[in-house]
Design a protein. Sequence first.
Length: 278
Amino acid sequence: MPTMYKILVPVDFSKKSEFAVKMSAQIGKKIKAEIHLLHLVELPSGIVDMGAGSNFSIPASMIYLRKVKEKIIHLKDTFFDSDQIIKYSIKFENPFEGIKNYAIKNDANLIVMGSKGVSDFEEMIIGSNTEKVVRTSNIPVIVVKTDANKFKFKKIVFASNYDEENKVAFKDFLVFAKKFNSQIHLLKINTVSNFESSYATQNKIKNFIKDFDLQRKTITIYNDVSVVKGIMNFAKEIDADLIALSTHGRSGLSSLFNGSIAKSVSKNVLKPVITFKI
């Protein structure tokens, strides 16, 4: 019997994490996945020492944990159908370590996270914990920034430079996209500082995808002032449901999303982003 697809959703009860819960509920329903809601409590360093000088109060902690449990159950009852498999857990770890450890221990297939970013793409990706998870996760991570009632994933943009090293990430991306029968939009952004002829790019992309079975695809070479601006503008033009990117363990997405242009991207055009590790 095949193992069930597992989606990990870190929750901190913010509006952004609620968006992630809503998305995970819809993905879970579509592909019959098991959802794991995880709340992490970062203990102050002094709590490790339970001596007389510690401010740690057992009764207060029990009340706090009971309230957290009630909030998680409220999320479960509000956003999930009764026939969905929902598990929840409260762990005493810092968010980054806790998410990473839980994903490994429970064989999670996907992480869905809300982002505390302000109003731009760069903040969304390079917020500390989210960025750390994105950078180091061996499994795909979806970062959700805005609310949406229905996530269809009909149109997914895969933005890349189509270098050979991205093939592993692309293979993982296709596994995900096929679950939703998505139309795949292969995108390469041309900028003045990193220009490549359309002919060369077309050949590069065709060579990149020749070993993969791609039924529904488009190839677009898009000119813009920066890679970020190009991805955002193209995604907005076609009304994409999701933007897929590959990420290096070393530099995360910072090399792709640097510069002041990202800061001007309006939050109204923000789409969910899914990352796949190279």
